[in-house]
Design a protein around this ligand. Structure first.
Ligand SMILES: Cc1cc2nc3c(=O)[nH]c(=O)nc-3n(C[C@H](O)[C@H](O)[C@H](O)COP(=O)(O)O)c2cc1C
Length: 179
């Protein structure tokens, strides 16, 4: 058997994983036991089911958001626009454990009518989720949310925000169809 010369070089995990960008980022919002809304930036989010609609997010075990989601058994997944980069970075670098992020860094909100708390008015879309189950995944916990309400901002000019690299550089990605 003839082998092609090796082009794929075996490296450590972090080096290979750094090739995955651009990576989506969402804002997840959950209410803690006192009713305070904690917004966080989450890149590790996925569509997990269509019928019924479900979304999974991977939350590091140390996050205050995890406490909040366990207390309220619900969270919102918002798809931020490129205009929300500054706020997304703030929510993704500060902890709600000892601050109210929405007071320090406000975004425009609307009530989340099905689960309480708020949705992000200027996001492309928002999904209100009820916490269905959680699964431990190493240093993260995967929260599976069942979507109980979906919302869109009908402004077609809004562009989704992506994470462009490991340094939390955020930006726009222009689709360029191939094939
Ligand atoms: C672009 C970006 C993506 C992130 N993705 C995740 C993620 O998928 N999971 C996670 O647990 N934290 C993620 N973070 C980090 C959390 O948003 C950050 O630790 C936040 O401050 C946690 O806030 P909390 O302590 O109020 O929960 C991300 C941060 C940024 C800026």
């Amino acid at each position: 058997l003839a082998y092609d010369p090796e082009v794929q070089i075996k490296v450590d995990y972090e080096k290979a994983a750094s090739r995955r960008y651009p990576e989506q980022v969402v804002i997840a919002l959950s209410r803690d036991a006192a009713g305070k809304v904690d917004p966080v930036a989450i890149s590790w989010a996925m569509t997990a089911s269509r019928r019924p609609p479900m979304i999974a997010i991977a939350v590091e075990r140390t996050r205050y958001f995890l406490e909040a989601a366990r207390a309220s058994r619900a969270f919102v997944v918002a798809l931020p626009s490129t205009a929300m980069a500054m706020e997304t970075r703030f929510f993704g670098t500060r902890s709600g454990r000892d601050m109210e992020k929405l007071a320090e860094c406000p975004i425009r909100t609307q009530p989340a009518r099905e689960i309480g708390g708020v949705i992000a008015r200027d996001a492309l879309a928002n999904f209100e989720c009820v916490l269905e189950s959680e699964t431990g995944a190493g240093d993260h916990v995967v929260l599976l949310g069942r979507v109980v309400a979906s919302h869109v901002n009908e402004d077609e000019a809004l562009e989704r925000l992506f994470s462009l690299g490991s340094g939390y550089q955020l930006g726009a990605v222009t689709p360029r169809p191939v094939g």
